[in-house]
Ligand binder design. Structure first.
Ligand code: GLC
Length: 570
């Protein structure tokens, strides 16, 4: 619940009024030294599940266009649309059959143009999901490649002879279970697919593949696309000798032997290729965001490029490895992100990860924890990428029976791996049937929590998660310190309170976050940093406790999982 603590409530009321006006225009605090994507708030839309304009149970582009004002009011500067290209939908669009069109289930290219135009009018940029590693097995390139060993496009994909009768070329495994090789009886060879059989890997060592893919970026530039999220970018290259991967003890959730993907994941060649791609997207004026799964800051740093000439925004998934509210866990991850070679990118959820509300919730303080997580990652130095519905407190709604599973990952891995349907359920717009997502039958069931957690109801509730996100994003938008000030950790030994200053030449903002389930004192002198008379003005808090001493805030009491954000004036 958002509580306007004691004497600070008037201040907050005024702040809220000012913020209400700030919703009207896409104004950022003045400073032209940062490229737009360093100040922007990104928002991932899973188009099947966002808004259905024609009531066929599937979201579509016109649905997104109709919700642009909602996104503007929320404080979003760019939307990343998960794949909406023509696709047989084996992996719900991550199996592309034509990179230069829109799947009829989502609309037409003309609908896309309207979406881009309307978004730009509102100051919202458009990021396309670029599935660079593989296509659909129904892409004309693959059909041609498969047609004969002599096809001019044979080498666009990775074809090899088996080791012997019924034996694939090596031991590589598909991340969806089973071998990464599928035999094609017509031509007597195997093709390689890191993911599903229906998703053959492109051969990026072939210059014609590179050219065709680079042309795709130019195509979308003409349609107003401002950048790309590079799907599975770490997998572009494979060891040309196809060496077996080292096998580890035990089995994975599909029952296959565990192994290290030493020879088909994160190969050094990927960086040279990204540098080449970057030249093209720079010429197009487009930004690159990376789906960059890394195990160390060194690996993440490599994606920025030796001269900041690869991906501008590689996602830091190491942040998502802290799987419970933990001041020390996040303090450590933030320290690492702060040491990164480039601008940090923060993500707490997406279409492949259990929703943050579910991951971090303790069953008792879930709403407070949802605000706490936002209070943290939206006030760090870096670009945040929200996942649709996170701002409402949408939770995972996993299938309970195998026959209800839609995601191929869950179909293969059930019951150990339930798949990703749970985090892809329809957006919750209101308390009406199907949460206002569709009048038809939604492709996935709506989470039963929608009656409370939806845009319409939460908009009316000053204490809702949605209104917390709106206020926070408004404060961020107008605060030079939060946009790009330094990150200065304070009280670093505190096991429960994660606290830091964000300081620019013009402003200092304190963020204190109580990561424990009981009230905790926070010593404000830490925030005053040698200026004992510094004043603090609360910008936003969820704390129900008010700790003042003789009218002065020396020690403030933070209620369980509270967020406290204040401006410090010398
Ligand atoms: C990426 C996508 C995921 C998809 C996979 C294969 O990891 O985020 O949803 O299944 O690539 O394209």
């Amino acid at each position: 619940m958002l509580i306007l603590a004691g004497r600070t409530s008037k201040v907050l009321f005024v702040v809220s009024i000012l913020l209400a006006f700030s919703f009207l225009a896409p104004v950022h605090a003045q400073d032209n030294s940062h490229p737009w994507w360093q100040r922007a708030v990104f928002y991932e839309i899973y188009p099947r599940s966002f808004a259905d304009s024609n009531n066929d149970g599937l979201g579509d582009l016109r649905g997104i266009t109709a919700k642009l004002d909602y996104l503007r009011t929320l404080g979003v500067d760019a939307i990343w649309i998960s794949p909406c290209y023509p696709s047989p939908q084996f992996d719900f669009g991550y199996d592309v059959a034509d990179y230069e069109n829109i799947d009829p289930m989502y609309g037409t290219l003309a609908d896309f143009d309207v979406l881009a135009r309307e978004a730009h009018k509102r100051g919202i940029r458009i990021i396309m999901d670029f599935v660079v590693n593989h296509t659909s097995y129904r892409h004309p390139w693959f059909l041609e490649s498969k047609s004969s060993r002599n096809s001019p496009r044979r080498d666009w994909y990775i074809w090899r002879d088996g080791k012997g009768l019924g034996q694939p070329p090596n031991n590589w495994e598909s991340s969806f279970g089973g071998s990464a090789w599928t035999f094609d009886p017509a031509t007597g060879q195997y093709y390689y697919h890191y993911f599903e059989t229906e998703q053959p890997d492109l051969n990026w060592r072939n210059p014609s593949v590179e050219k065709a893919m680079f042309d795709v970026t130019r195509f979308w530039r003409k349609h107003g696309v401002d950048g790309f999220r590079l799907d599975a970018v770490d997998l572009l290259f494979e060891n040309p000798d196809l060496k077996d991967n080292p096998v580890l003890p035990g089995k994975n959730e599909f029952g296959d032997p565990n192994m290290t993907n030493k020879y088909n994941d994160n190969l050094p060649e990927v960086h040279k290729e990204l540098q080449r791609l970057r030249k093209v997207t720079d010429a197009n004026g487009q930004v690159l965001i990376g789906e960059t799964w890394t195990d160390s800051i060194g690996e993440l740093n490599a994606y920025y490029g030796p001269h900041q000439n690869e991906i501008q925004l590689p996602m830091d998934f190491m942040f998502t490895t802290v799987n419970k509210p933990s001041a020390s866990g996040f303090r450590k991850q933030i320290r690492l992100a702060e040491s990164a070679a480039g601008w940090p990118v923060f993500v707490i959820g997406n279409h492949d990860i259990v929703r943050s509300y579910t991951r971090y919730g303790d069953g008792k303080h879930n709403d407070q924890i949802a605000k706490l997580m936002a209070g943290m990652y939206l006030t760090l130095r870096g670009t945040p990428i929200l996942y649709y519905g996170e701002e409402l407190g949408m939770e995972n709604h996993d299938p309970v029976r195998k026959q209800d599973v839609r995601d191929p990952l869950g179909q293969h891995g059930w019951p150990k791996q339930k798949g990703r349907d749970g985090e892809r359920t329809p957006m919750q717009w209101d308390a009406s049937r199907n949460a206002g997502f569709t009048q038809g039958t939604p492709w996935l069931p709506v989470d039963p929590g929608y009656k409370t957690y939806n845009v319409a109801s939460e908009s009316k509730d000053a204490a809702s998660i949605l209104n917390f996100y709106r206020r926070l994003l408004s404060i961020r938008r107008l605060s030079p310190a939060l946009l790009d000030g330094d990150y200065i950790p304070i009280g670093q030994d505190d096991p429960d309170i994660l606290a830091y200053l964000r300081r620019s030449g013009k402003e200092t903002v304190l963020v204190a976050l109580n990561f424990s389930n009981s009230s905790r004192p926070f010593d404000m002198s830490l925030a005053r940093q040698g200026s004992p008379h510094a004043k603090s003005g609360v910008l936003l808090t969820t704390s129900m406790a008010d700790g003042t001493v003789n009218g002065e805030q020396h020690v403030i009491l933070l209620s369980p999982y509270a967020v406290y954000i204040a401006r410090i004036t010398p």
